[in-house]
Design a protein around this ligand. Structure first.
Ligand SMILES: [Zn+2]
Length: 479
């Protein structure tokens, strides 16, 4: 598609179906026309110029499909999708959602912040936001990212494949197994440099938050971590059926893995154990992406995280939300709302690198409220909405809205994901996810199973149809 500079100024709008009308027109300084003759000459000149420019202007986007029209807008600075005389029907959303999902999940897949794959994802999102015609902010940060590799556990002559814990240093460690399942016992141990420490029971009930996680610190987790640093084992094997790896900590110096109890229960103190871990930890840069749809203050933040864990293509967590918000934005369905669209890059990352960078660069005083979308489109599950730190009047409005919208339910407030960083600061937040999401996380979220196959595009259609009205309601109440 060729591009000419003349395409950003020129004749009045052409509004016939299938044609384009122009963005803002150049002003005419009619005050300089001091006589009828001069005015007549000027009109003639302008008319000729208008006709020439009209002849030079493309009369229609390249192709009738939505992708072609969006490509036309992206190739022509100064144009916006709202300038297309062809009205984009909501049905176009599905095509665009499918396109973004194909790129983010099908082509790119796992996209942890800092990685080359993550950069490809942000490049795609950045390019897609270009059609909005407003400045897109790319806010950089530096982080450590993990490249997974296979691992093996050898005990008593048998060798089984295991999943290394994220950020586990690569290497081979050998030692006698020592099973510990209570925190006081762990804290009483002397350093165990030639031992494979086996964490079980209460020590492996849930993931131990690493020190680099910026938003929460749990005293019991702090004690487990400091004991592990002090004990300096040859390796750690955590035994747990929890859905997350028990250790995901870039500051632990020993190889580690998490195995299910079906494997871990066969280990005994004194066994000779060898753990081999591959993979690598890298340093890289990434960006958050944001665009303000208007200059209104105060404004609402509409957000979703575009990153995924290194172990998953991240369809339901969280490409589905990103794809839906991108489609709504590029087709103009959010135009006029006092919104800043923020694609966070780090919600699933251990140091929340994107969120930390964004908070450091943003004056929260201008933000009246937040709507966050995370974990939507799961087949068989409708949509849920939770309200956090909202004034009673908004709670009432949201309850009424939910009653009018079948397929949605009110969820209990959940202080996770990107709305949490606002709600914990007292900023009203609405969180959209799938019904029963927390019961469904195990075996899906953060695993290779989170593919396009788990999604139901009808649910994303519904989200796209309902979200603009919900945003307008929240903005009316808060802004
Ligand atoms: Zn998520």
């Amino acid at each position: 598609m060729s591009t000419t500079s003349s395409s950003t100024t020129g004749p009045p709008a052409a509004t016939a179906p299938g044609t384009l009308r122009r963005p803002s027109q150049a002003g005419l300084h009619v005050g300089l026309l001091r006589s009828g003759a001069v005015a007549a000459s000027a009109v003639t000149v302008l008319t000729v110029a208008w006709l020439v420019l009209l002849a030079l202007t493309p009369s229609s986007p390249p192709g009738a499909d939505v992708a072609g029209q969006l490509a036309f807008v992206a190739d022509h600075p100064g144009w916006h999708v709202a300038d297309l005389a062809v009205v984009m029907p909501l049905a176009c959303i599905r095509d665009r959602v499918g396109h973004h999902l194909e790129v983010l999940v099908g082509d790119i897949g796992a996209r942890p912040p800092g990685s080359p794959a993550n950069r490809r994802a942000t490049d795609h999102v950045h390019a897609s936001l270009g059609v909005v015609g407003r400045p897109v902010t790319a806010l950089p940060f530096v982080t450590r990212w993990w490249e997974p590799g296979p691992g093996w556990l050898e005990v008593g002559g048998s060798r089984i494949e295991v999943e290394p814990n994220p950020y586990s240093p690569a290497g081979e460690a050998r030692g006698r197994a020592l099973i510990v399942d209570e925190l006081p016992d762990l804290e009483e141990l002397a350093p165990v440099p030639n031992t494979v420490l086996v964490l079980a029971g209460e020590l492996a009930r849930e993931q131990v938050l690493p020190a680099v996680f910026p938003f929460l610190s749990l005293p019991e987790h702090d004690r487990i971590r400091s004991a592990l640093h002090r004990l300096a084992p040859a390796a750690v094997v955590a035994v747990s059926d929890h859905w997350e790896p028990i250790l995901e900590d870039p500051d632990l110096a020993f190889p580690s893995t998490t195995v299910p109890t079906s494997i871990g229960s066969t280990l005994a103190t004194g066994d000779t154990v060898r753990l081999t871990v591959t993979g690598a930890v890298h340093t890289g840069t990434g960006v958050n992406l944001s665009v303000r749809l208007t200059e209104d203050e105060p404004r609402m933040v509409l957000c979703a995280h575009l990153d995924s864990k290194a172990t998953t293509p991240g369809a339901f967590d969280n490409a589905a939300a990103v794809a839906t918000l991108l489609a709504l934005t590029e087709l103009g369905y959010l135009d006029g709302l006092p919104l800043e669209l923020v694609l966070f890059n780090g919600e699933d990352h251990i140091d929340s690198c994107g969120e930390v960078a964004w908070l450091a660069a943003t004056d929260l005083a201008g933000i009246a409220g937040v709507v966050n979308v995370d974990g939507v489109g799961l087949a068989g599950q409708g949509l849920s909405l939770a309200a956090l730190s909202c004034p009673p009047s908004l709670d009432t409005q949201l309850a009424g809205w939910l009653a009018d919208h079948p397929g949605w339910v009110l969820a209990e407030p959940w202080l996770e994901s990107d709305h949490a960083i606002f709600a914990m600061r007292g900023i009203p937040a609405a969180a959209i996810t799938s019904q029963n999401v927390h019961a469904l996380l195990g075996g899906l979220a953060h695993t290779p199973a989170d593919t396009l196959d788990v999604l139901d595009l009808d649910i994303l259609d519904q989200l796209a149809a309902d979200l603009p009205g919900l945003l307008a309601l929240v903005a009316d109440e808060l802004c």
